[in-house]
Design a protein around this ligand. Structure first.
Ligand code: SF4
Ligand code: SF4
Length: 159
């Protein structure tokens, strides 16, 4: 009993002597840890084609039903993705999202990923529905923070 009290006091003393770091946000922005789940991104392949093939698995996996996907057949002469289909509409309601990461785990081609962006504010609820154009970024090579994260977590195991 006494040893637990001493142990507890030691922890309190140790922490009270530590220097405090106050981050001067928003002038100074902290770097998020590698595994941080922030706003979504949709990745392209290195050749510029969209990774997303419109399969809707992310939407099915989402526990709060905040992903809406409509798919369409690719034009063989001018494809949008590498699959037979692509997402003609891809929307995520970021207000409803709980950032659980199930969508990226469900995606068979590593198209939808959670980036490290934690700041998002709008003056209208509708603006939190991010459309495909808001979500599309470059390839993994062009987004260094994603590259660091996904090579570490080996999430792109199906690619
Ligand atoms: S992170 Fe979770 S809640 Fe958010 S869109 Fe993906 S599956 Fe849905
Ligand atoms: S993001 Fe992935 S899981 Fe979602 S529709 Fe596109 S390919 Fe399918």
């Amino acid at each position: 009993m006494l040893s637990e009290v001493i142990q507890g006091m030691w922890v309190t003393i140790k922490h009270s002597l530590r220097s405090r770091e106050t981050v001067q946000y928003p002038e100074v922005k902290e770097e998020m840890p590698v595994g941080y789940r922030g706003l979504h991104k949709l990745l392209l392949w290195e050749d510029g084609l969209e990774r997303c093939v419109g399969c809707k698995l992310c939407s099915a996996a989402c526990p709060v039903d905040c992903i809406y996907v409509e798919s369409a057949e690719n034009d063989p002469g001018n494809p949008t993705s590498k699959g037979e289909r692509y997402a003609s509409i891809y929307e995520i309601n970021e207000l409803r999202c709980i950032f659980c990461g199930y969508c990226e785990e469900a995606c068979p081609v590593g198209a939808v990923v959670l980036g490290n962006q934690y700041e998002f504010c709008e003056d209208d609820r509708d603006k939190f529905i991010y459309e495909k154009g808001d979500l599309l970024v470059g390839s993994m090579e062009e987004v260094p923070e994603l590259k660091a994260r996904y090579s570490e977590q080996k999430l792109l195991k199906y690619v």
